[in-house]
Ligand binder design. Structure first.
Ligand code: NAD
Length: 359
């Protein structure tokens, strides 16, 4: 196979006790950051991504180029491709899989529901099958979502709170993912850690997310739509900075062991864990807009509308005591500081006049 040599080099471990990690969704927002962080500390990393066009594929290509410069090779392919996965595990005995490939976004589920089933359910099962058959069996850390708390308005959310009322098909597929991975844990002994990310933002972020599209529209002098919840209550999110999420992902990989162990011996029952990774300080969307206005030095034109009921929940807020205790997770970046870094990146990447003049 033509990429075989490249992935062997990319998977080389350059520190004692290091791991070799297959990162799915490596050309994505979170995947690219996690891949770089692992590579920097000397772990072996191979990426996998299908470069779909859910949002601007050129941004994914740019992340890929950045990773390549830093020694991370990304294989272009789909997690539904069982043969490709088997080939990858044949070439590299991955100790860990960081599974971040998914169809993200809650609103797009109204337009293309099957893309969620394809990546978040069928793709997940194909990946679990490949992990089950791999030797050694890798430990799996994967991205669930705060959206599993759905219509539950009892904040802050703890991991044991109810998750049986998804508000979107996206949330339903993430919840299904938790059940699917649990099955692979207890039947096949795969080590599984599910991470419920809370609204992740930062440099190299996702253009479909509000903070990103607001920035673009504000700079282009276009109006932004700010949704309001029931009884005109402002929506709020527990915005979590990318570097904090990356630390949570790496803390999870470091504590997840690997099911078969280096000598091929089982080390007791494989763990099944679920953690919230949030910031524990929700901020309303109007406050988010004011912070962006300050950093961009441009006033936003706001359209305030009632939430149309297309999958959004009114507010999110994480209780992170489990992640704090078991992963050493401790978010340190507040929204003000994190958005400053995002805006700095945005302006250096797109320039001040991205897509039109500003006034
Ligand atoms: P992203 O869309 O930037 O990254 C996902 C990547 O996976 C993309 O590059 C995409 O091309 C790739 N991909 C999608 N389907 C694939 C498939 N079938 N095969 C191979 N590659 C595929 O999204 P992100 O924000 O980096 O999210 C990473 C993970 O975290 C996702 O599972 C997402 O659902 C979850 N998550 C993200 C947030 C957030 O705020 N960003 C919040 C909660 C959960």
């Amino acid at each position: 196979i033509q990429w075989e040599k490249q992935i062997r080099v990319s998977a080389e471990i350059h520190r004692d006790g290091g791991m070799s990690v297959l990162v799915t969704g490596a050309a994505g927002f979170v995947g690219s950051h996690v891949s770089l962080a692992l590579k920097r500390r000397g772990d072996g990393v191979v990426g996998l991504d299908n470069f779909n066009d859910y949002y601007d594929p050129s941004l994914k290509k740019a992340r890929k180029a950045l990773l390549k410069t830093n020694g991370v090779f990304i294989v272009e392919g789909d997690i539904n491709d069982a043969k490709l996965l088997a080939n990858l595990f044949d070439v590299v005995p991955f100790t860990h899989v960081m599974h971040l490939a998914a169809q993200a976004g809650v609103r797009y589920a109204m337009e293309n529901p099957n893309s969620y089933v394809h990546s978040n359910i069928a793709g997940l099962v194909t990946l679990m099958e490949a992990c089950k058959s791999a030797n050694p069996q890798p430990s799996i850390v994967w991205a669930s979502s705060s959206s599993v708390y759905g219509l539950n308005e009892n904040v802050p959310f703890s991991e044991l709170d109810r998750t049986d009322q998804p508000a979107s098909l996206y949330a339903a597929t993430k919840k299904a993912g938790e059940e699917i991975t649990h099955t692979y844990n207890h039947i096949y002994g795969l080590s599984i850690t599910g991470l419920r990310f809370f609204t992740v933002y930062g440099p190299w972020g996702r253009p479909d997310m509000a903070y990103f599209s607001f920035t673009r529209n504000i700079l282009q002098g276009k109006p932004i739509t700010v949704y309001r919840g029931k009884n005109r209550v402002d929506l709020a999110r527990d915005f979590t900075y990318i570097d904090d999420i990356v630390k949570g992902c790496i803390g999870s990989l470091d504590t997840s062991g690997n099911s078969t162990g280096s000598g091929g011996k089982k080390r007791g029952p494989a763990p099944f864990r679920i953690f919230n990774l949030g910031n524990t300080s929700p901020v309303t969307v109007p406050t988010l807009v004011s912070i962006l206005e300050r950093h961009l030095k441009v006033k936003a034109k706001r359209n305030i509308l009632d939430m149309p009921g297309n999958g959004d929940v009114p507010f999110t807020h994480a209780n992170i005591s489990s992640a704090r205790m078991e992963l050493g997770y401790k978010p340190t970046t507040d929204l003000q500081t994190g958005l400053k870094k995002f805006v700095k990146w945005y302006l250096s990447y797109y320039g001040y006049n991205h897509g039109g003049a500003i006034n």
